[in-house]
Write a new protein. Structure first.
Length: 245
């Protein structure tokens, strides 16, 4: 059985459409999205419409929550004042440019989705089971992963939010971060997603990278008056963020 998992599209319809072509090629049995459809990019309505029309089960990300419920902050927990200012600009622009139907749709997302497939218990979240905006970086303390593994009660926990792919086993739970479709931060501009391959006794994670027209996505950011750094980050594949807490 093959399951495709997307996350952190961030209004990048160019990246999403390219990933969708790859998904059609690999022909998964199921598709899920781990949230953050909007923010930073120039195409919030197109991205929401794409996910909705393709009936992709989606959990709520912090940006979906912020736009859907008209929050004052994106819940990104930035510390640098410049990052805070840019995130506020992004949030305001996204709220102003997302239509009513799109905001209604974002509010419908659950905080988590549970499935059991071929005897494997799967838990889909955006940040962690504790919070939609918890950054579950690969280098977090082992004790943090142990606590979350107990809370998850899952064989596989699939998360996003950090925009950095990894997989690791802790206390019988496989943690898989799916990376980001629309705003990677690992120095590779290509869109990323995960293909989870299950059989009765094995779990395989195929982390897939897909080329897309990043120049068009970046130009749309600039044309819409969003911070130029958002466009530059798309072109450069962002930057890796290392946080140990």
């Amino acid at each position: 059985m093959k399951i495709a998992i997307l996350s952190d599209i961030h209004s990048n319809i160019h990246a999403l459409e390219a990933v969708w072509k790859d998904i059609n090629y690999v022909q998964p049995d199921e598709i899920y999205c781990l949230g953050d459809l909007v923010g930073y990019g120039a195409y919030p309505n197109d991205t929401i419409d794409f996910v909705r029309k393709n009936n992709i089960p989606t959990v709520m990300g912090n940006y979906d929550d912020a736009v859907g419920f008209d929050r004052a902050s994106c819940g990104c927990n930035y510390n640098d004042p410049d990052d805070v200012a840019r995130s506020n600009t992004s949030l305001l622009w996204t709220k102003q440019n997302t239509n009513v139907e799109g905001k209604d749709y974002l509010r419908e997302f659950p905080k988590s989705i549970r499935r059991e497939r071929l005897g494997h218990r799967l838990l889909f979240v955006h940040g962690s089971p504790r919070s939609i905006n918890e950054y579950l970086f690969a280098d977090r303390r082992e004790s943090t992963f142990e606590r979350i593994a107990r809370m998850a009660e899952a064989d596989v926990l699939l998360c996003g939010h950090t925009h950095l792919h990894y997989q690791k086993y802790v206390d019988g739970t496989m943690f898989v971060n799916t990376g980001s479709v629309g705003k990677p931060k690992d120095g590779d501009f290509r869109a990323g997603y995960v293909l989870l391959i299950l059989d009765a006794g094995k779990i395989h994670v195929d982390y897939r990278r897909v080329d897309y027209n990043v120049s068009a996505a970046a130009q749309a950011v600039r044309d819409n008056g969003l911070p130029d750094q958002f466009a530059s980050q798309l072109e450069a594949g962002g930057e890796e963020i290392l946080v140990s807490v």
